[in-house]
Design a protein around this ligand. Structure first.
Ligand code: HEC
Length: 228
């Protein structure tokens, strides 16, 4: 099933069954997240994301996005939606402001979950997954591109994809630079300065060899089909 069909199906199932589903989902055991590759942040819960590029550097940021993606998919996506795009079962997390105000709210829900009239609508994750996983997931969520953020450039991205896949007339440095430029223009819904987009990923994958161009082409193919 494509992401689009799944999303449509989830939206159609919609609010009618959301209460029952949320309850049923509350029973699923949290999946551990391996955060060894991320810097330690201490015992005390912080109130602001320590893995943003401004605070921790690009490399840590990128790792946090990757680890957060897997943590999110295993623990949050069933309620909050694939790619953090809500299908209506639970709030769309992409809109939480990427600053201390949004962080505090995020961490409160992450640690304590949410119970209403004795029903667990969202399980508590704090003790089980820990603080590093929380901030990695936060980093992943806040760097999702906004709805339609790729629309203006998708034709050009498709053309770049075709060039990379064919391997003919490829100027790797020029394409890398162009993709990086496109990536800079892709907005997040959270206000985070950089979106983790297919353009950014593909730019980082392009090397001198044709094999790397194929990898980048594949990244663009998957990203563009998910966006539509
Ligand atoms: C069983 C379903 C379920 C799962 C799993 C789940 N959530 Fe939630 N979450 C909810 C519901 C329902 C709400 C709305 C609660 C309310 O009314 O405030 C919510 C609210 C939130 C909020 C507050 C959003 C806002 O706009 O106020 C955050 C942040 C959040 N969840 C993060 C997460 C994260 C991170 C994960 C995974 C580690 C996760 N949730 C897993 C159901 C879930």
């Amino acid at each position: 099933m494509s992401i689009f069909t799944l999303r449509t199906a989830l939206t159609a199932a919609g609010f009618m069954v959301s209460a029952t589903l949320a309850y049923a989902h509350g029973d699923v055991a949290p999946q551990p997240v391996n955060t060894d590759a991320l810097p330690e942040v201490g015992e005390e819960w912080l109130t602001e994301n320590p893995y943003r590029a401004e605070a921790a550097g690009e490399e840590v940021w990128q790792k946090a996005v990757d680890i957060g993606a897997s943590g999110y998919n295993q623990n949050c996506a069933r309620c909050h939606g694939l790619g953090a795009v809500s299908g209506g079962l639970a709030p769309d997390l992409r809109y939480l402001e990427a600053e201390e105000y949004g962080d505090e709210w995020f961490v409160e829900r992450f640690r304590d979950g949410y119970t209403q009239d004795g029903t667990t609508k969202m399980p508590a994750f704090g003790e089980l997954l820990g603080q590093k996983a929380a901030w990695a997931i936060r980093t992943y969520i806040e760097t999702r591109p906004d709805d339609g953020a790729l629309d203006d450039t998708s034709d050009r991205l498709k053309a770049i994809r075709d060039t990379l896949a064919s391997g003919e007339g490829v100027d790797p440095a020029a394409l890398k630079a162009e993709l990086s430029g496109i990536a800079e223009g892709i907005a997040t819904a959270s206000g985070a300065p950089v979106a983790d987009s297919v353009a950014l990923r593909a730019a980082s994958q392009i090397g001198e060899d044709q094999e790397s161009w194929k990898v980048a082409a594949e990244t663009l193919t998957i990203g563009l089909s998910a966006a539509h």
